[in-house]
Design a protein. Structure first.
Length: 292
């Protein structure tokens, strides 16, 4: 590249912008938590690279424009609430970096940069999981009572949802086509192990029937995995009924039923203690306390 071109202050700002944009967008290939951290840190660095030989507003606009124009605009237009924090953090970070670059020096500068990096990482790996839990489960419980749905056991014994009355029931809906379901099974198994001695609570992994599985396909798959929790199965009609009445359009999906047959939670499985919004342990313990 031409050296004289690199000496142009505006060209340098554009190069910083393109690098920051590319790294930030491709970080999403890993996960949203990592992308938030990368966006926050990369635009902090971009802000710290600011020099006084260019007006603040021009540097800020040149560096942040591609991200705002593409990523942030699409996030808000499509109402992708899960990535709103990612869409906003670059603006905050570059502004913070520029302020630090202009105003601070020496040990104080190093301290503020370190504190901001810690804040970004905490927001990414503690704040983002709670935000995702909130977004993906906000106001999703549109039904108050568990509808009449029938399942069958390993031995093809019929089980009706009204038989759950008086007990707290946790249903983990899955299908054989869902890779994430299999990744979450160990977490569900550990959850079951925590409460297996409590006679007031039942745990079931519920397979949603897929035609390609036939009658025995799902049973063989789950039995080969040898988990401790119990299993229930559905046929074509009941699987369609579950998808329609419970509005389960994607799996894995957790449904928690209270002792009076009311659905008290429908959403994702969150057991990590860092997630305080819709943490399944809190939901279960509250249900158990309410039933005393």
């Amino acid at each position: 590249m031409n050296i004289k071109l690199l000496e142009n202050k505006y060209t340098v700002a554009v190069i910083i912008s393109l690098i920051a944009f590319t790294v930030s967008v491709f970080a999403g290939a890993i996960n949203w938590l990592f992308q938030f951290a990368v966006c926050g840190l990369i635009y902090l660095i971009a802000g710290l690279l600011y020099k006084n030989d260019i007006k603040c507003i021009i540097f800020f606009s040149l560096v942040i424009f591609p991200f705002i124009f593409v990523y942030s605009a699409l996030a808000f237009i499509r109402e992708a609430e899960q990535v709103y924090p990612i869409a906003l953090i670059p603006v905050i970070s570059i502004a913070t970096g520029m302020i630090i670059s202009i105003s601070l020096k020496g040990k104080l500068k190093a301290f503020i940069i370190s504190a901001y990096v810690i804040l970004i990482l905490a927001a990414a790996f503690i704040g983002m999981p709670n935000w995702l839990s909130f977004v993906f489960n906000e106001n999703k419980n549109e039904i108050s009572l568990m509808p009449d749905i029938k399942f069958h056991t390993e031995e093809d014994k019929a089980v009706s949802s009204d038989q759950f009355n008086g007990k707290i029931v946790i249903l983990d809906f899955w299908s054989t086509s869902c890779g994430l379901c299999f990744k979450k099974f160990p977490e569900f198994d550990r959850l079951y192990s925590e409460y297996k001695d409590n006679k007031n609570i039942y745990f079931y992994a519920v397979n949603l029937f897929l035609k390609r599985d036939g009658k025995s396909g799902a049973k063989k798959i789950i039995n080969d995995l040898n988990y401790s929790f119990k299993n229930l199965y559905t046929d074509k009609n009941e699987a369609e009924k579950i998808r329609k009445l419970l509005k389960i359009n994607a799996v894995p999906a957790i449904v928690v039923i209270g002792k009076n047959g009311e659905i008290i939670y429908k959403g994702q499985l969150y057991t990590n203690k860092k997630v305080v919004i819709n943490n399944i342990y809190d939901i279960i313990n509250k249900a158990l306390n309410d039933s005393d």
